[in-house]
Design a protein around this ligand. Structure first.
Ligand code: GTP
Ligand code: MG
Length: 366
């Protein structure tokens, strides 16, 4: 077998060792679109097999883009901008032009003002030192924004290859699957899943005689909550549908728990409303600040869940960061979980999140 790669994840196929990556029984090799054992099990049983590829192997692979002349589509998850915008991307892809594309727009409330959101993203990219030629918003799951993006890509690629690059789980493979569906009618050609680290190698989908769309493995960002929770918990914290904002009127001295994965304390200020944008499945508990530590000690993992037991075993302890919110609408962001928006003046807040998943403050996204 000469360098055949799996259609689902791009890994090199082999029939020698069932325990190693890329295994495929030799009898299945003749198939039109051969799938490795891992993709087969993911597709049919939604079961993930751990892989032994290190973050820097992926990074080295993706860095080969800098030696090409191509167009780069940097896909980010609009629900986790902080965790998925890759500041160091120009260093990785060289001088190639970058289009920044916010995916998963179907998760934001329908009332979201897209024009303002694009301005906001442009400003965030600039602040991060990421120079981009354009910013667009799409939903790979629903098809929203695809026509405009398709025209943009055609205009900018000048017959060159188009690499889809981004952090793990932002929806790169789902994006390419939609393009394949639109042009050939075939569905779900590339393996996708809600587990991080699904795609393992480059997967080329021909665009015309001389150029291709290329799916790439996700760049691993340890600031993503998905690396610390169990598969069951990941299912709960990952929003699948439009987020219904939940509004809490809080007095100072009150606390909100987001499951038992994060917590927000209202330390000082007048009574305010706090608008919470999290997966509709994630329970929010309100309590008195003075009882919060005890509640967490006694009930993390049961009343306050997720985390489940498996996540508890791997989750770093909660760490506190304090914020002062001055004027203007502000979001307190828990990367990978969601955010809390407040339009208050002069208040003090403490946010708690697993150590390593750093909470940040930003101008409100919505
Ligand atoms: N709500 C919503 N979910 C999406 C969208 N696009 C992708 N997803 C979901 O996001 C998860 C990750 O999708 P993938 O396409 O596997 O992501 P990826 O970027 O290829 O991930 P890696 O290969 O691990 O780097 C899956 O559960 C998808 O169903 C979208 O537009 N909206
Ligand atoms: Mg993928």
């Amino acid at each position: 077998m000469n360098d055949m790669v799996c259609q689902g994840c791009g890994v090199l196929l082999q029939s020698k060792n069932p325990k190693d990556l890329g295994y495929i029984p030799s009898s299945s090799l003749e198939k039109d679109s051969p799938l490795c054992k891992r993709c087969f099990r993911l597709k049919h049983y939604n079961e993930i097999q751990d892989v032994e590829i290190r973050d820097d192997d992926f990074l080295r692979m993706i860095s080969s883009i800098r030696n090409t002349k191509s167009l780069v589509v940097h896909l980010i998850d609009i629900f986790d901008v902080h965790g998925t915008m890759i500041q160091s991307l120009p260093g990785i892809v060289g001088d190639n032009p970058i289009i920044l594309v916010g995916n998963k727009m179907d998760l934001l409330p329908k009332s979201t003002n897209e024009r303002k959101l694009i301005q906001w993203l442009k400003a965030s990219a600039k602040e991060a030192g990421l120079s981009v030629v354009d910013v667009l918003l799409i939903s790979s799951e629903k098809g929203h924004g695809f026509q405009v993006l398709g025209e943009k890509i055609d205009a900018l690629r000048k017959k060159r290859d188009v690499y889809i690059v981004g952090a793990t789980n932002v929806g790169k493979s789902t994006f390419i699957n939609r393009l394949i569906k639109q042009s050939t009618g075939y569905s779900n050609v590339i393996t996708t899943s809600y587990f991080p680290g699904t795609t393992l190698g480059f997967i080329e989908i021909p665009l015309d005689d001389q150029s291709s769309f290329i799916d790439t493995p996700g760049i691993i960002n340890k600031n993503q909550m998905s690396h610390y929770v169990s598969a069951e918990d990941l299912k709960i914290i990952t929003p699948r549908k439009e987020i219904k904002p939940r509004v809490y009127q809080l007095n100072s001295g009150q606390t909100l728990f987001f499951g038992g994965l994060a917590r927000l304390d209202f330390l000082k200020g007048e009574k305010q409303s706090f608008v919470c944008y999290f997966s509709n499945e994630l329970q929010i508990h309100r309590t008195k600040l003075e009882n919060a530590d005890k509640l967490y000690d006694n009930h993390a993992g049961d009343l306050l869940s997720p985390p489940d037991q498996q996540s508890m075993d791997q989750l770093p302890p909660l760490q506190e960061s304090k914020f002062h919110v001055g004027e203007g609408k502000t979001d307190i962001v828990f990367p990978g979980l969601g955010w809390v928006s407040t339009d208050s003046q002069n208040i003090a807040i403490a946010a708690h999140s697993p150590k390593g998943v750093t909470v940040t403050k930003r101008n409100a996204l919505i």
